[in-house]
Design a binder for this molecule. Sequence first.
Ligand code: BV8
Ligand code: ZN
Length: 239
Amino acid sequence: MQIPAELRERFARARRVLVLTGAGVSAESGVPTFRGGGNSAVWRGMPFDVISSAEMVERDLPAVWEWFDYRRNLLAELNPNPAHYEIARWQERFAEFTLVTQNVDGLHQKAGSRKMIELHGNIWRARCTACDTAYSMVQERRPDACFECGDLLRPDVVLFGEMLPPGAFELAAACASQCELCFVVGTSALVYPAAALPEIAKAAGAYVVEVNPERTPLSSLCDEVLTGKAGEVLPLFQR
Ligand code: BV8
Ligand code: ZN
């Protein structure tokens, strides 16, 4: 695959760049996607947007922990791939660079990405259901209850039917409305409000580029569609 000349030219002179990623950017690291291969991820017979829902936290928090503990243990063995590393390099390359991810896997940070917007939280954190105190689970086992108030802990991720972290979407939308170049990497663009970001960028005049081995509902809106795997396509921008 060649990077088309116009895109290469715009990439060379861009100052304000936004990248939105989804599960596809972590696929080559071995992280199962949610809709890879057409069918939705299922846990104990429940589609993921049921087990990953606010309602399930009310109904059966231990089941929700089982699902996230399973994914966290899976992730513990996995590492970033060339797509994560290329994106991490871009934060030094562009004057105003914003990385927005829907992923909770922490692989962007592991690849060196810093100041990024985690729209849907992070699987390596727990938070108190009452006082919101957060706990890291990177090294430590999660405590059985909150040290501050003794209440139950839950995964510090955004579940279906829940609001995104305060200000996270607003900041991402502001950056999307100011960027010249918007990359959409490895997302099926079905979950809102995240999927609205490329639409906001496009409406504000940005050049929108999709990187995905499959077409998505977003493809027709894009100025450029690079059909391929992120770990193979993104490193082509180095040359
Ligand atoms: C909310 C954390 C306000 C948990 C997640 C408007 C219209 C319709 C519905 C709604 C709407 N507004 C709100 C909703 C409801 C809902 C929603 O969008 N539902 C969908 C299903 C229609 N949204 C919400 O509930 C959001 N909250 O709106 O709050 C509110 C509050 C109360 C009442 C009403 C409104 C919260 C959404 C966040 C949920 N949490 N994750 C967890 O991880 O378990 S979402 C989760 O699923 C991910 O974070 C991600 O966002 C999504 C999965 O999508 P992708 O990441 O794109 O992954 P997918 O597998 O689908 O696709 C992978 C892609 O990669 C594919 O295209 C594939 O081809 C490609 N690929 C594969 N390999 C590669 C590759 N690409 C590149 N390289 C490769 N190698
Ligand atoms: Zn507490």
